[in-house]
Design a protein around this ligand. Structure first.
Ligand code: NG6
Ligand code: CA
Length: 518
């Protein structure tokens, strides 16, 4: 062979070896991207976990995440109700920017625009397989939904490759599971009809047929009856597709485990948003958990949820991905006892304090509405500890984006990856909180609640809402229970916070002031 040919051959061979090697190392970095699992509970309070101070209920599996991971004490949901919070966590955008981000009926159209950024969409740009299992409550379809055809747009159109969901809440129709847009187990001969205004002729309701109920309604929840439980909204047909409430936790758990098992064995990393239904009403523990808490169904479903968390962690372990998975645990809004059914939540509470040492609860602008249990756990990467950094669920999109090497960022979110991993205590400087369309402003240790009309207490659920005719200003560090209004004694701080809040909320804030002047 001619010498130049030999050199050429050698050069090409070396080139091939190098290019193979760099391809291989690229692949290694690809597979090194961690899986992300968000475990999101529904109406679980700050004080509902033993790791957060509960003494009357024991949640060992949630505690494990808190004790072996990072336990946050200053973490917020964006809102004190479900739909807006879920909108906030998934889009990284404040829900009060979207007028439709309010508690939705089961027939509401999809709230997230299909061109809007979401966590799963962002992760998909980096090769993630994305899935949701559990509660959706962000609307489906684009105006009218035929539940007997493929339902679209929905989670699949806003970033989830796989979606196994309930449309809204456990207390709202339709009471069926939906897999990638199709109602599971539907018999086409028995089509589903849903209406939130009018009943279907001849169908029993909670209001007219109390003799058919196994759980009695207290307020609302008196429309169609499914499995002896009266619901919000009317539904007819779809018998074979109706869920069994007591099996729901096991059902979603199995789906979540299957997703993890399948995706752990694949090449790409996965993202799973496991949106559990507990302890939202109606509280229907599996018989295995019935009576176990001594606190009635609310306590029992918290124990059930805790068991589910343990099982999901076991699956990660069994699949060998525990050290390559970032687990984030939180809840969508604060706790409520009586949310519309007689289920002994009030009577059997005993000394338990679901709201921890905070004031208010679900629906409230006071702290317990949005201050959430929030833990990050990543075996081998996150060191156990407690973080007092101010974080919002809004920040997950930007933080996860940095984690996976993406530069997608939303304006409202803050990249707090270092804080979530325990490498920094520098959280947010400020955050806006929302409760049923009212907003408050936290800045440093202070919280400003502007004046709002409306009752001080929602008597039906017995929760203080945060409304007052005057400004409220609290120092949350020295007064987490919000008992000492500093608006009069600290006028300088008050003025500063009002000005900043006004700047952030702009025209929205002017609207509030106009309301106030009326
Ligand atoms: C309220 C329901 C409540 C619950 C809530 C949504 C009534 C009287 N109350 O309107 O039971 O379903 O909506 O909860 O119907 S959330 O956690 O999904 O926001
Ligand atoms: Ca909720």
């Amino acid at each position: 062979m001619h010498i130049t040919k030999i050199l050429n051959f050698l050069f090409l061979s070396l080139l091939m070896i190098f290019s193979c090697q760099s391809k291989e190392s690229e692949e290694i970095t690809e597979t090194k991207k961690p899986n992300v699992l968000i475990i999101y509970l529904d109406d679980l309070g700050y004080g509902d976990l033993s790791a957060y101070g509960a003494t009357e209920i024991y949640t060992p599996n949630m505690d494990r995440l808190a004790n072996e991971g990072l336990k946050f004490t200053n973490a917020y949901a964006t809102s004190a109700t479900c739909t807006p919070s879920r909108y906030g966590i998934l889009t990284g955008t404040y829900p009060w920017r979207n007028d439709n981000a309010k508690i939705l009926p089961g027939t509401a159209p999809l709230l997230i625009e299909t061109d809007e950024m979401t966590i799963p969409k962002m992760l998909k740009t980096k090769g993630y397989h994305t899935g949701i299992v559990g509660k959706w409550h962000l609307g489906l379809g684009d105006g009218f939904v035929d539940w007997n055809e493929k339902i679209s747009p929905g989670p699949n159109e806003v970033g989830f490759d796989y979606a196994y969901i309930m449309a809204a809440t456990q207390d709202r129709v339709p009471t069926v599971y939906i897999k990638n847009g199709n109602v599971v187990g539907l018999d086409k001969e028995d089509p589903i009809l849903v209406d939130y205004d009018n009943n279907f002729e001849g169908e029993p309701t909670g209001k007219n047929n109390p003799e058919l109920l196994k759980m009695m309604w207290h307020h609302g929840h008196n429309s169609s009856i499914v499995n002896g439980i009266p619901r919000i909204g009317y539904m007819k047909g779809g018998e074979s597709a109706k869920w069994v409430d007591e099996d729901m936790a096991d059902h979603f758990l199995l789906e979540a485990q299957q997703f993890i098992k399948e995706k752990s064995r694949g090449e790409n990393p996965f993202f799973l948003y496991y949106a559990m239904q507990q302890p939202h009403v109606p509280r229907t523990p599996h018989p295995r958990f019935e009576g176990k808490s001594g606190m009635g169904p609310r306590g029992d479903v918290i124990l059930e949820a805790d068991w589910c968390v343990g099982e999901i962690m076991k699956t990660l372990e069994e699949e060998g991905v525990l050290e390559n998975t970032l687990v984030i645990f939180s809840s969508d809004n604060g706790p409520v006892l009586n949310d519309g059914y007689y289920d002994h939540a009030v009577e059997k509470l005993g000394n338990h304090t679901p709201w921890g040492h905070f004031r208010g609860g679900k629906y409230s602008l006071f702290e317990a509405g949005t201050r959430m249990p929030f833990m990050t756990y990543w075996k081998g990467t996150i060191q156990p500890g407690v973080s007092e950094a101010l974080v919002s669920q809004l920040d997950l999109l930007n933080s996860l984006s940095t984690l996976v090497g993406s530069d997608i960022k939303t304006e409202d979110g803050v990249d707090l990856l270092d804080v979530l991993l325990g490498n920094s205590n520098e959280g947010r400087a400020e955050v806006i909180l929302e409760a049923t369309s009212r907003t408050a402003f936290r800045s440093g240790d202070y919280i400003l609640i502007p004046p709002y009309d409306g009752p001080k207490v929602n008597e039906l659920v017995n929760i203080e809402l945060g409304n007052d005719s005057e400004y409220q200003l609290y120092n949350l560090k020295s007064d987490p229970g919000q008992n000492n209004n500093l608006a009069k004694s600290q006028p300088e701080v008050l003025k500063k916070l009002i000005a900043r809040f006004e700047e952030l909320r702009g025209s929205e804030y002017e609207k509030i002031q106009q309301l106030e002047l009326k």
